[in-house]
Design a protein. Structure first.
Length: 243
C-alpha cells in the first residue's frame, strides 16, 4: 500500500488517474452543477481510496494535504476521510465546519459528505442535531442543504418533527438545491409520520413549489401506499384550485 504523505502525493494522483472513467466524467459533469475540475472517478473507487488513507499512519497529514486541493474527486475523498478518521471532538468539529463552510460547492459533495458521517452521527447525535439546525437557518445555500440532508438522513423520529417543520416553514432561500432538499425532507418525513406530514403539506406557509415537489417524491416512493399517494395528490389539487 502506498505510504500517503506529501512526498508521495504525485504517486497518489497517478493512482487516482488510473481509476478515471471518461464516460462517467461526461455524465457526472452534466448532472452535478458546479463540479469544477474533475477526473471522472466513480464514488465506490473514491470510498476505497479514502478507506486506504484512513488506515495509514499519515491519515491526518494526507487529509490536510487534500484539503488544500480543489479537484472534485479530492474534495469527495476529503469528506469521506472526515467520516473515517479517529480524532477528538474539537478536531472533528473543525474539520466538519471547514468542509461545510468552505469546501461544499455542489449537491453531490454535500450529500456524499452527509452519508459519510453516519458513524460520527451515531456516536454524537445531539451535537449533529444542533449543528444541522444552525446550518439550516444560514444564508449560504450549501450550508442550508447540509442541515436539511442531515435531518432527512438521521433525524426522522417524531421527537424532532416540530422543530424541523418550523425550519422548513421558515426557509426563505429560493435556491433550487435548497428547495429540492426541503421537498426531499418532507417526503422522507411522510414515510415515517404521514399524519403529521400531511398537516405540514396543508400549511399555507409552505410554498407551492416545495409542496408539489414533495408530493411528487411521495408518489414516487415504494414505501407509500396507493391510497396515501392519492391523498397527497388531493392536497396538490386543492392548492392548485386556490391559486
Amino acid at each position: 500500500m502506498l505510504e500517503f504523505n506529501q512526498e508521495t502525493f504525485n504517486d497518489f494522483m497517478q493512482i487516482l488517474y488510473q481509476k478515471q472513467d471518461l464516460k462517467y466524467k461526461e455524465f457526472n459533469d452534466k448532472v452535478v452543477n458546479g463540479v469544477g475540475e474533475s477526473i471522472g472517478v466513480r464514488v465506490p473507487d473514491l470510498r476505497n481510496i479514502a478507506k486506504q488513507i484512513s488506515q495509514s499512519e499519515n491519515d491526518l497529514e494526507m487529509l490536510n494535504i487534500i484539503a488544500q486541493q480543489n479537484l472534485y474527486e479530492l474534495r469527495m475523498i476529503e469528506g469521506m476521510l472526515i467520516g473515517l478518521i479517529k480524532v477528538d471532538n474539537n478536531q472533528l468539529t473543525a474539520f466538519i465546519e471547514n468542509f461545510v463552510e468552505n469546501r461544499i460547492n455542489n449537491w453531490a459533495l454535500c450529500d456524499c459528505f452527509v452519508s459519510s458521517l453516519k458513524t460520527k452521527v451515531k456516536h454524537n447525535k445531539a451535537w449533529f442535531y444542533e449543528k444541522a439546525k444552525f446550518y439550516a437557518i444560514s444564508e449560504n445555500p450549501w450550508e442550508i442543504r447540509f442541515g436539511l440532508v442531515i435531518f432527512l438522513s438521521y433525524f426522522k423520529e417524531r421527537d424532532y418533527f416540530a422543530q424541523i417543520q418550523d425550519i422548513i416553514l421558515n426557509l426563505t432561500s429560493q435556491e433550487y438545491y435548497v428547495r429540492m432538499a426541503a421537498a426531499w425532507l418532507i417526503s422522507v418525513l411522510y414515510v415515517e409520520m404521514p399524519i403529521e406530514t400531511l398537516d405540514l403539506l396543508k400549511n399555507n406557509r409552505l410554498d407551492n413549489w416545495t409542496r408539489n415537489k414533495a408530493i411528487q417524491k411521495i408518489k414516487e416512493s415504494f414505501r407509500v401506499s396507493a391510497e396515501e399517494k392519492a391523498e397527497a395528490e388531493s392536497i396538490k389539487k386543492l392548492f392548485s384550485q386556490k391559486n
